[in-house]
Design a protein around this ligand. Structure first.
Ligand code: CP
Ligand code: NVA
Length: 304
């Protein structure tokens, strides 16, 4: 499949048709992979990954995904490159574009991705910034589609911190016609512009009451209170005990509701072990689907 955009930095670059097309293409690649393995559609293609922050899922799924499509990935931490000695993003982007077919970067400041995208002639993928995590949401919506057989008309309850993953999930909801109710403490709401833009396409409710959010929800989602860029133990006091996904809260969602978390999780903080390990949890499918959705994305961007 083809995408109009060169890069994927937020999800807002995609049309609803492209977003839904990527989800369906991911499901197709997953089936193909489980049956006979994938065809080497990225043979001789390379991905360069830059990590300013740690990662388990993103690092491993991108590298293995490239390998399974016949290509190759290399991994750089910021300290490995001349970025650590002050070489500019502009010059780094231009140099890497002469070697590689795609750049994936996990960064603190989202502006750095905008600069990479502007100066790289090859596609740039956001592997998480302080503001967005689009690759996670592709995997999450694939997981929802696999479980619920549809997207449009469902309701997501987001509980806890209105963070980078939440911002991208709002875009995902808008692109697929899912309603979202977001329960956060005051001052921890998602990005206002993202909410305003997405309201044009779907219903986004902001509340401080987790029980309002979970009412009639098909999907209950949370994430850590302490993101990598926001790792202050004092934050936890703002969230606990009210914003924990536990059996009492989960009971107020639909009976067949699923529980989602991008991982890594802090058990007994944002979610209890009984829920994350329970029958409604699809967190391992989410983690697996990073592999399949990123293969679809890489194929769509690199082959475009
Ligand atoms: N969910 C996610 O992006 O995990 P990692 O930080 O391990 O990559
Ligand atoms: N919100 C978390 C997500 C980690 C995948 C963070 O930014 O650390």
């Amino acid at each position: 499949m083809k995408l109009k955009t060169k890069d994927l930095l937020t999800l807002a670059e995609l049309t609803p048709k492209e977003f839904l097309g990527l989800i369906d293409y991911s499901i197709k690649l997953k089936k193909e992979f489980k049956k006979n393995g994938n065809k080497p559609i990225l043979k001789n293609k390379t991905l360069t990954m830059i990590f300013q922050k740690p990662s388990t899922r993103t690092r491993v799924s991108f590298e293995i995904g490239m390998y399974q499509l016949g290509g190759h990935a290399i991994n750089l931490t910021s300290n490995d490159t001349q970025l650590s000695r002050g070489e500019s993003i502009e010059d780094t982007a231009k140099t890497l574009s002469r070697y590689t077919n795609c750049i994936m970067a996990r960064v603190y400041d989202h502006q750095l991705l905008n600069k990479l995208s502007k100066h790289a002639s090859v596609p740039v993928i956001n592997g998480l910034s302080d503001s967005f995590h689009p690759c996670q949401i592709l995997a999450d919506f694939m997981t929802i589609k696999e479980n619920k057989r549809k997207l449009k008309g469902l309701k997501i309850a987001w509980i806890g911190d209105g963070n980078n993953v939440c911002n991208s999930m709002i875009y995902g909801a808008a692109l697929s016609g899912i309603d979202m109710s977001i329960a956060t403490p005051k001052g921890y709401e998602p990005n206002k512009t993202v909410v305003k833009e997405s309201l044009k396409l779907t219903n986004i409710e902001l509340t401080t009451d987790p029980f309002v959010a979970t009412k009639n929800a098909d999907i209950v989602v949370t994430d850590t209170y302490s993101s990598i860029h926001n790792n202050n133990p004092k934050r936890i006091k703002k969230f606990l005990p009210k914003y924990q996904v536990n059996s009492k809260l989960m009971c107020t969602a639909k009976e067949n509701a699923i529980f989602m978390h991008c991982l890594p999780a802090k058990r007994e903080q944002e979610v209890t072990s009984s829920i994350i390990d329970g029958h409604q949890s699809v967190v391992w499918d989410e983690a697996e689907n990073r592999l399949h959705t990123q293969k679809a994305l890489l194929a769509a961007l690199i082959r475009a």
